[in-house]
Design a protein. Sequence first.
Length: 276
Amino acid sequence: MSKILQPSQQFNLQQTIARKSITEFRPQIQKALQYDFDKAALLVKEMGVFQLANYNKTFFNQDKISNILRTLYEGTGGYTAMRYQKIFDKYKKAEDFDLDPLNIMDEWLAFMLSYWTAISGPKMYGIQNTTDNEIAKILNNVIAYGRANNLSTNETNAMAIQLLREGKINVSRSLLIARTESHQALSTGAIGATQGINIPLLKQWVHAEYVALPRAWHQALDRQTNPDDGGVRIPVNQSFMVNTPNYGVIEMQYAHDASGGAANNCNCRCCTVYVA
């Protein structure tokens, strides 16, 4: 077996895959999120903002965002699994960063599709809640502003339509979703590729030091598993014990493991690397 990439090289590889995935999927995600806001704007035009504020149906179109994220998981996760198979010397060295599911091996498409199917329900529920809450916030804020400033019904409706069509919140939301899901997909693909390896592997949690708001408990995991800092890597099948504020110790198999929840995964750019 050829030498496995150094932890720093694996970290750089994973970050490169994540950036490629974010660049590719963020615009699609933003467009899907904005679709729901545009739907709400049309309903304001039809019903009026006061009536729509009491609307008891969701604005969320699950199919649009679900199809995008399924493709993200298949492409980004499947590609990473293939790259790690190559790192473990099962296949020839990869050349290009191609996240098209059409070019992913069937076994990894199936693996990532199965994973996405298992986790998609809670993710769709969370995105739906945020979408409906953000739209309701716009409607209620516009109503309050209109009343405070003696706006006419038409003026209040026009303001709501404008703010919904702008959808400013979807710029940051699309980045958060694209970053979170890209890292979760690639991290899942990487650990999936370790399962068929017949040599003992160790793993290490690597914190992304350049993030603006680092998680101190992730930095602690980095130190605990980094031999350069006196830490000890752990066997690949052993859980990281993630001491998460307000949640206690959560067992995670890898950075971005779904069991870590939003407190550990949203906007996280940590990586798990593997050594023989």
